[in-house]
Ligand binder design. Structure first.
Ligand SMILES: C[S@@+](CC[C@H](N)C(=O)[O-])C[C@H]1O[C@@H](n2cnc3c(N)ncnc32)[C@H](O)[C@@H]1O
Length: 259
């Protein structure tokens, strides 16, 4: 046994991928795979058995309303990060033509989803990893949002010109000592600089007030068990209206506040 969690779902998605059909169409179909399809499927199943992430094998993955290209250059977008976008959308509800900075944009997931869902927004994404930034640029083209999302190579808040109405970040937040205990799909395939905590949470919390407009918001994704400490950090730095929102699994996941 390879230990693949929820292997049936993955198997169905791989069969659908080989057939070029949506997964929902599988049960309405009868008949067998032809030999070429079967050979292709065997190769994909072997990759999955070796615990390569399903998302890398398929080459794309859904995030909010978008389908993004995914590969080893950047973190696979996660469902919990969709809640981060949800909070940004809520906080910007009454702001016309908002300007948003996404720090550590990776695949571009947050930046592109915000551009998609707020057509009047201007979004800047900053990313320190050139390969991740290249993937974000491909995703901007793929989703037709390249005109509205500025993608810059840079460290922390970068050289992006403020003021912004909102700074958002899903920083790396896994403590180094926990890396070995992660599932192989994550540990061996997501980029290390996207996983291991390197102080970006605190750097963004300290730097955001300098680039935020007077009524601007900071929104941070945090790891399981970290929300309390990050909320306290924001309060200690003088942020107010600090609030924690759980993800769909009930884990406190998003911390927001305004300086
Ligand atoms: C957890 S990933 C998030 C990717 C994407 N925003 C998402 O939510 O799927 C964190 C990203 O931050 C980037 N990063 C790490 N340190 C950084 C720094 N000092 N400045 C800018 N980006 C950084 C990593 O390369 C990685 O792409």
């Amino acid at each position: 046994m390879a230990g693949v969690p929820d292997a049936r779902t993955d198997a169905e998605l791989l069969v659908a991928h080989v057939l070029g059909a949506p997964r929902s169409a599988l049960h309405a179909r009868s008949g067998y795979l032809d030999p070429a399809q079967l050979a292709a499927l065997r190769t994909l199943v072997e990759r999955r058995r070796a615990r390569e992430p399903l998302q890398h094998i398929l080459g794309h993955w859904g995030f909010r309303r978008l389908t993004l290209g995914v590969d080893g250059r950047a973190l696979v977008p996660r469902p919990e990060t969709e809640v981060v976008v949800e909070r940004c959308i809520a906080l910007l509800a009454r702001v016309d033509a908002p300007r948003v900075l996404d720090v550590g944009t990776g695949s571009g997931a947050i930046a592109l989803a915000l551009a998609d869902e707020r057509p009047d927004a201007h979004i800047v994404g900053v990313e320190v990893s050139p390969p991740a930034l290249a993937l974000a640029r491909e995703n901007a083209e793929r989703t037709g949002l390249a005109e509205r999302v500025e993608l810059l190579e840079g460290d922390v808040l970068g050289t992006a010109d403020g003021p912004f109405d909102l700074v958002v970040s899903n920083p790396p937040y896994i403590p180094e000592e926990r890396l070995a205990s992660l599932e192989p799909e994550v540990r061996d395939h997501d980029p290390r600089e996207a996983l291991v905590a390197s102080g970006l949470t605190e750097a963004v919390a300290r730097g955001a007030p300098d680039v935020l407009s007077p009524d601007g918001w900071l929104v941070l994704e945090v790891g399981d068990g970290q929300a309390h400490d990050v909320a306290e950090l924001l309060r200690a730095l003088g942020y107010h209206d600090v609030r924690v929102t759980p993800d769909l699994a009930g884990i406190p996941r998003v911390v927001e506040g305004r300086p």
